[in-house]
Ligand binder design. Structure first.
Ligand code: ES4
Ligand code: ZN
Length: 392
């Protein structure tokens, strides 16, 4: 495993064009140093090679934060920052069980997915008016732009709100109005409604019915919340009906649940993308299928550490997933709770897993190819990535 890993990193690094940064190459690797020297020589054959320990002023480092990318796994309710939580609580007369912002942040220590969901759903009580959903979404889009996000496919959980007496229309129009304004700011988007898998399937079916008058605002359906004990097959009929209505299909699977949940998401629900999917590595046949069919997996590294899916980022399976030929993307999940937006997720895996330039570029390219954008838009974004890493 480690042999194939280092081989692929060398190959990836050596396929870079002259002028790219080698700051991401793991220090002490003779092979990457050799590759970097070749790149420098190609760009300036007449000049002597500088010592490898000194930064080369001719190499322009890539800005990974502003590298154009798409965010494909983002729960809009998970972008509620503690400051906004207090502001909305005051505005809507909602009592919070915390005295201040600092004590909220201190509470964000989670043992597993369920311990996070308990706090996350409770916090949603401050979202009441259409303008609350609008402001939440617009704040996210403004923040995402700073991280190079050009396109965002955003989840929302309608049942979390309708169960509190908030109209489906209030939620979906508030979010969609912000998404329309976001387009003016230079960020395209799609909206995906998720069913809460810990609730009965009939309730998911009712949510789908409520969505139909807003069909044109919603691109796809997904499946989230407590995974263990709630297999995808529980929602077979709901997803069949969603497909009849032409919705795209995604599903959280293989975050805490076993590889078989990933198979069910694909074969029973017709999922086009798997959200998380990290546990696929326990099943080599499944990995082979996911790689062959290039089924995208929207991986959320900082989320996986916070929810203890992995014990530390240095042990995250993202690198192994890349090496296995999987179409993986890096995403932020619930950034207000997990310690970072998508740029911070990129920066964190780059450092912790010593990813090379080519691997980071692949992650950004995958984010567009795995999106629900049309082919022309995908091509435009991929060209923009090329321009970013290879300035004229
Ligand atoms: C979620 Cl991290 C995660 N997993 C499953 N469902 C979710 N809803 C919001 N965040
Ligand atoms: Zn998620």
């Amino acid at each position: 495993m480690s042999t194939s890993r280092s081989r692929s990193r060398i190959a990836a690094t050596c396929s870079r064009t002259a002028g790219l940064s080698r700051a991401t190459a793991r220090s002490g690797s003779a092979a990457t140093a050799r590759c970097s020297r070749q790149a420098i020589l190609a760009s300036s054959a007449a000049e002597p090679t500088p010592p490898t320990h000194a930064p080369d002023p001719r190499v322009i480092p890539i800005d990974w934060i502003t590298l154009p990318k798409a965010e494909l796994h983002l729960h809009i309710e998970g972008t509620l920052e503690p400051e906004s939580m207090f502001e909305l609580a005051r505005r809507n007369g909602v009592r919070l069980p915390y005295p201040d912002v600092e004590s909220v942040r201190r509470a964000y220590v989670f043992g597993d997915l369920q311990s996070f969901l308990d706090i996350y759903y409770a916090a949603c009580a401050v979202l009441v008016q259409e303008r609350d959903f609008y402001e939440l979404t617009l704040a996210y889009l403004r923040r995402a732009l700073l991280d190079g996000v050009r396109h965002a496919e955003i989840f929302f959980d309608p049942q979390t709100h309708t169960a509190r007496g908030i109209d489906f229309a209030t939620v979906v129009t508030g979010i969609s109005r912000a998404l329309a304004d976001g387009r003016e700011l230079g960020i395209s988007s799609r909206l995906i409604m998720c069913f809460l898998r810990d609730l009965p399937a009939v309730e998911a079916m009712a949510a789908l019915e409520q969505a139909l008058p807003h069909r044109e605002l919603i691109t796809g359906v997904g499946l989230d919340s407590a995974e263990l004990g709630n297999p995808p097959a529980k929602f077979e009929q709901v997803f069949a009906r969603a497909v009849e209505h032409g919705f795209h299909v995604v599903a959280h699977a293989g975050e805490e649940g076993p590889p078989d949940y990933i198979r069910q998401a694909l074969d029973v629900l017709g999922a086009e993308r798997i959200d998380h999917g990290v546990r696929c590595l326990e099943d080599p046949q499944l990995v082979e299928r996911l790689a062959t069919e290039q089924i995208p997996l929207t991986v959320c590294p900082l989320s996986n550490v916070k929810l203890r899916v992995v014990d530390r980022l240095e042990h995250h399976p993202l690198a192994q997933m890349l090496d296995s030929g999987l179409c993986v993307t890096v995403n932020s999940d619930d950034p207000a709770y997990f310690g970072g937006y998508v740029g911070e997720n990129f920066a964190a895996v780059r450092r912790a897993l010593a990813l090379g330039d080519a691997e980071l570029v692949r992650l950004a390219r995958n984010s567009f190819t795995a999106s629900f954008l049309d082919e022309a838009a995908k091509a435009r974004h991929l060209a923009e990535i090329d321009a970013h890493i290879q300035p004229a």
